[in-house]
Design a protein around this ligand. Structure first.
Ligand code: AHR
Length: 519
């Protein structure tokens, strides 16, 4: 059953009185009882680290001589920040880079590792100093699950199979002996394996039919080892390409895939050619179109989930949106191949909205990865040599971590509209969950940059004594954190929710993300 059908989000016309500026009508919201078996997977809050621009080199992996706390060359200030938001999984090494990457070049003594050109991203010289062991050490420091993307586009079945054996076996094979010689005696037990990336594009420009045959061949040689059952993940569709998903679901036996991916980015202009739109200094037109484009995620996920339902009624195969986020023009003066962009309150609203969409599809969406963790696209963290800042998007993940592996609670409400330039989008989106201690969390996003919303929320069956909350907002939707003023946008205590009998009365500020805790 599509959860969105349960969650009646009807976009009602605003009353004439509201259009004329009179007091807004109160939104009636109801938090429905959940099903203890349906959880919001923590992996929806996964992150992505590609060898792209300054995500790894100059990001996670400090430039030589940088005066920051480090383990090896792993930046511990970034690690500390990401540990606080409990990153559940980290995808690596790409992206497009993955289908050019030969893992064996990135193990063994660093000085002896061959160099390569990073042909997708700025033609930089990749020295392979950050390889498999360094990535897994980073995951260990973060306490996160590694999610590897195997090279299908330009790598061989044998190469992928060797990587799995190198990491997961404990027998005295040449691969395992080499791993031990390289300093890791025990198997790493890596279970998440993407088999190719964007195989319809940078991963090999394959047709869906052709890819499914290739996938089956690779998956056949993706072996389980004692103690490590692989999660084999199919490289999925570009946006709303329904044929790709249909072909994968039809041609690949369900027991050969744990998950199927989907990539869906939000471009402010909506166009891949020409300008994608600015990251800062934009007007309400670009604000509106960004949010309108972001909301398409709901229809895209609904469409792919419906196709998956036809072939997998029991919802055994996970849908993983393993690349998503805002993609703008790069910051002026930066390398166009590095995809470095600033991150505004608008992007935080996109993050809150998208995570709400994923939560509300948690019966099928079992994982997702924001692109990307550091210095690339809609980053959580930006660095400038020793300096580091947390973006507004980081703070949304901080607020939303309460939903990780919590029981999903469906919502019913009718959203008011936010209108601009003759178009309308729903102003309000939300999701809710109950954690293991019984606390209920409600995440609310008001996209209207001008009007607060008032909500009356009923919670049949929920007993609570207190309500507390945190709020993320700013004076303008184009505000952002800078290295000089890193805390312009950060969460503050929210006092706009009051218990009124068994209900909640909430005043949700304009352009804000609020997460409430009911205990
Ligand atoms: O995240 C940046 C790029 O976007 C990835 O490398 C690729 O998979 C996608 O097209």
């Amino acid at each position: 059953m599509n959860l969105l059908k349960k969650q009646t989000v009807v976009f009602a016309a605003l009353s004439l009185a509201l259009a004329q500026g009179a007091a807004a009508q109160t939104v009636q919201m109801s938090v429905q009882p959940g099903d203890a078996k349906l959880l919001i997977s923590k992996d929806i809050q996964g992150q992505f680290a590609e060898h792209l621009g300054r995500c790894i080199y100059g990001g996670f992996w400090a430039e030589p001589g940088l005066n920051v706390p480090q383990q090896g060359r792993i930046r511990l200030d970034i690690v500390e920040a990401l540990k606080k938001i409990h990153v559940p999984n980290l995808r690596w090494p790409g992206g497009c880079f993955a289908d050019t990457y030969h893992w064996h070049d990135g193990v063994g003594p660093a000085a002896q590792r061959p160099k390569m050109l990073n042909l997708w991203w700025g033609n930089t010289l990749e020295d392979n100093s950050f390889g498999t062991h360094e990535f897994l050490e980073l995951c260990d420091l973060l306490g996160t699950t590694p999610y590897l993307a195997a090279n299908v586009g330009s790598g061989t079945v044998q190469e992928m199979s060797n990587w799995m054996e190198y990491l997961n076996s404990n027998e005295d094979t040449p691969m395992v002996l080499e791993r031990r010689k390289n300093g890791h005696s025990e198997p790493y037990k890596v279970s998440w394996w993407g088999i190719g990336n964007e195989s319809w594009g940078c991963g090999g420009n394959m047709t869906a039919e052709y890819y499914t045959n290739v996938y089956k061949r690779y998956a056949t040689f993706a072996h389980d080892y004692p103690g490590t059952r692989l999660k084999r993940i199919v490289s999925g569709a570009n946006g709303d390409d329904a044929n790709w998903t249909e072909t994968c679901m039809k041609n690949i036996p369900l027991n050969q895939m744990w998950g199927l991916t989907l990539h869906q980015y939000t471009l402010p202009t909506g166009s891949w050619s020409g300008s994608k739109g600015k990251a800062t200094g934009f007007g309400e037109d670009m604000y509106f179109s960004t949010l309108r484009n972001c909301l398409k995620m709901d229809a895209v996920v609904t469409r792919h989930a419906a196709i998956m339902d036809k072939y997998d009624k029991d919802k055994k195969v996970a849908l993983l949106v393993d690349e998503w986020g805002v993609w703008t023009d790069v910051e002026p003066g930066t390398n166009p191949g590095f995809l470095y962009q600033q991150n505004s309150l608008r992007d935080a609203l996109v993050a809150g909205t998208t995570l709400n969409i994923f939560n509300n599809h948690c019966d099928r969406v079992k994982g997702a990865n924001l692109a990307q963790a550091v210095n690339v696209l809609q980053a959580l963290v930006l660095t400038d040599k020793e300096k580091m800042l947390l973006t507004p998007t980081y703070h949304v993940f901080d607020l939303y971590q309460v939903h990780q592996d919590a029981e999903y609670l469906p919502l019913q409400f009718t959203s008011p509209e936010y209108a601009f330039g003759g178009e309308k989008i729903p102003a309000l989106n939300a999701s809710a969950s109950k954690d293991k201690s019984g606390a209920v969390h409600l995440s609310l996003v008001n996209l209207d940059p001008h009007k607060a919303l008032t909500l009356e929320t009923a919670l049949p069956g929920v007993r609570f004594k207190t309500v507390t909350g945190r709020l993320l907002t700013s004076a303008s939707v184009s505000d952002y954190n800078t290295f000089e003023k890193p805390n312009t946008i950060q969460p503050v205590a929210f006092n706009g929710a009051k218990k009124r009998g068994e209900k909640l009365a909430i005043t949700l500020p304009a352009k804000s993300v609020v997460v409430l805790e009911l205990k």
